[in-house]
Write a protein that binds this ligand. Structure first.
Ligand SMILES: Nc1nc2c(c(=O)[nH]1)N[C@@H](CN(C=O)c1ccc(C(=O)N[C@@H](CCC(=O)O)C(=O)O)cc1)CN2
Length: 282
């Protein structure tokens, strides 16, 4: 069998960011207001610092203003909730992103729920999970939303396909499964307690690897011709899929880097302009 075709997230994300930049500029010239994303970072985890910086840089490219709030690692849940409520009430801020993770002593769910639904451009609140799950208008979680855009761009219709999601995190595994279900895939979730992971993954027409475990999904686990989405972002730009072996069995595969990652940020920017447009329309 020939090698899988690569799903180029960098190129697709660039097109989305270009379109978003035009929309943002048009909105600003029409209303006099620049769309604004507030990023909130707790602590100094080097990977999180890098991701937040990437988001701020990409905001500049997309004609979006960014405001950054840095809180010390020892910040309490109450202080973080207050910060997010203040940003939610600030009319000059249109979108809010709380960088995950926030530290084990913080109730991350309580913090996410302090983000106003209309500013939840990262798609992390229960309200967004509900709209995603029922395919209603609203914001999607950024990596899951980016994955669906990649599938569409490569003409992969999830309807009737068997999709296996490896991982069940609140901002990645769970929502991507719900988005696939909303598009009529037959979805199975795997997680740390799943027995015989390899044999479950081998059934999949679409595999989404989102467990945060480097090279967990190996080529021998991939059904020949399957679509393999690697949503892993482990240290050293290593994904959750063993690319070298999976590329020999899949029909389509996302690389790391250059696959899902850039789509995460493109989706965030696009949803920030969506949020600003809605808020400025009244
Ligand atoms: N509140 C959130 N926190 C986190 C999210 C999220 O969507 N919302 N996702 C991840 C990490 N993440 C964004 O925050 C992220 C990870 C990786 C990339 C990316 O573009 N990676 C590049 C490679 C980067 C490099 O060259 O250093 C790639 O894959 O090509 C973007 C965003 C955790 N937290």
């Amino acid at each position: 069998m020939s090698q899988a075709r690569l799903m180029d997230g960098t190129a697709l994300a660039r097109r989305i960011v270009e379109r978003t930049a035009h929309r943002a500029a048009e909105l600003t010239s029409r209303t006099g207001v620049r769309p604004c994303l507030a990023t909130v970072l707790v602590g100094e985890d080097p990977a999180s610092v890098t991701y937040v910086r990437m988001k701020q840089n990409r905001c500049r490219t997309a004609n979006i203003a960014s405001r950054h709030v840095e809180l010390p690692a020892e910040t309490t849940t109450a202080r973080l909730v207050r910060t997010l409520r203040d940003l939610s009430a600030d009319p000059s801020v249109h979108g809010i992103l709380l960088q995950h993770p926030v530290g084990d002593h913080i109730d991350e769910r309580a913090a996410f729920e302090a983000i106003a639904a209309e500013k939840d451009v990262d798609g992390v609140t229960f309200a967004s999970f509900a709209t995603m799950s029922f395919a209603l208008p609203g914001f999607v979680s950024c990596t899951p939303g980016g994955i669906m855009r990649l599938l569409d761009a490569y003409d992969v219709d999830p309807a009737g396909k068997r999709a296996v999601v490896v991982g069940r995190s609140a901002i990645l595994g769970k929502p991507v499964g719900m988005l696939l279900l909303a598009r009529d895939a037959t979805v199975t979730y795997c997680h740390s307690r799943t027995r015989e992971l390899s044999s479950v993954v081998r059934e999949a027409d679409i595999v989404v690897a989102a467990a945060g475990r480097p090279r967990l999904v190996r080529g021998e686990d991939v059904k020949p011709g399957a679509v393999v989405i690697d949503a892993g972002y482990n240290a050293g730009n290593v994904g959750d899929v063993d690319f070298a072996t999976a590329v020999e069995r899949a029909s389509l595969i996302t690389p790391v880097p250059g696959g899902v990652g850039p789509m995460t940020i493109a989706t965030l920017l696009e949803q920030t302009v969506d949020a600003a447009a809605r808020q400025l329309a009244g």
